[in-house]
Design a protein. Sequence first.
Length: 459
Amino acid sequence: MALLIRNGEIVTVGSRLHADIYVENETISAIGKNLDAPSGTEIIDASGKLVFPGFIDPHVHVYLPFMATFAKDTHETASIAALIGGTTTYIEMCCPSRNDDALEGYKLWKSKAEGKSACDYAFHMSVTKFVEETESQLRQIVADGTASFKIFLSYKNFFGIDDAEMYQTLELAKRLGVIVTAHCENAELVARLQQKLLAEGKTGPEWHEPSRPESVEAEGTGRFATFLENTGATGYVVHLSCEKALHAALNAKSRGVKIHVESVLPHFLLDKTHAERPGVEGMKHVMSPPLRAKSNQAALWNALELGSIDTVGTDHCPFDTDQKLLGKDSFVNIPNGIPGIEDRVNLLYTHGVKRGRLDMHRFVDAASTRAAKLFGLFPRKGQIAVGSDADLVIYDPDYRGVISAKSHHVNNDYSGFEGMEIEGRPSAVTVRGKVQVRDGKFVGERGRGKMLKREPSHF
Ligand code: URP
Ligand code: ZN
Ligand code: ZN
């Protein structure tokens, strides 16, 4: 059915105007004033609302075997939570471990999403070892439309790769034109510092941050950048958490290294005192890189406004209270991760745009368009233009609410952002022209989402 969105204020990276949007066959077919619509057209009155391109979360975990357990969401629950929060596309980390076959892992991750997600999705393919068959397997995966890799410099003996494997991965990525995303922490230092702290009897969640201090992340970021510099590959640092690591990335960028930066919602809004709370309350806020000293946040917001931090993702990774308690005797066993897929857009709008830290166009860029450009989805996604997919967020800037696990849709018994106020939320969300969300409720078609095939573009 055709759809007409009337009288909204359309905001993209480059423009802001009052106009109607007419949608046919899943795509935007006209934008203009007082558009006519044939009878039978579904009409949304967007007066007083902002209309944004569907938001893109470039870093989520849905299916994830990790730290002796599994992340809690399915693609059904994660995608509905994403849509209610205004995210219409997510890119999941496909993470087979070092012991798994990469191609089998890729097929498994795809099978978990197929027919289940209510929004569109793609994958970053993790390279967790580099063996004889790796190149041909990665070529097949890229040919299947997955044109971005992921490497972990941390999580020794599980996801982590060594420098030789990083070199081989980046060298291949350069030849294939594929961007490589990277978790940048020095695995050896983390392992040594964990052992040292435990030997001193320091076992609680408050010791997670000291076991992977800012310098350890800055070293990983700088080393990744140096490897990019010497292979010519294009890189993307995921979940950058602190000023020291930011400097390492921006120093490299200033000497011409093709490096991009993502920071994730928790690092803008939460700090290490959350993980220092006693018992399970602290465990709920354990993620890696860890929540940092609050003094880092001004630098992150400033870099985001300037565009030096390219994107804001979530690193959505839900483990419930019982799972967090796996680490009650030792912080090294606390499953790492905080959920956020439902809250990213509203909290970024509230703490960014409403608080004057983020220009509205940069907000759209950081939460949608820049990821679409970096990951081969633009202009199909991340844009409001004739021919683009009709993924649209009709946003109510007058809504007021409070985040709570009691009302959220993520499959988890706590929210890392419990009690935080939001000033705005989507009043309607469409996926390729179909209304999937109205006023905080999923009203659409489960399993509507498609895997997005992407072409390499980083030669
Ligand atoms: O703590 C985190 N970030 N958990 C998910 C795995 C990862 O490193 O992204
Ligand atoms: Zn990570
Ligand atoms: Zn992650």
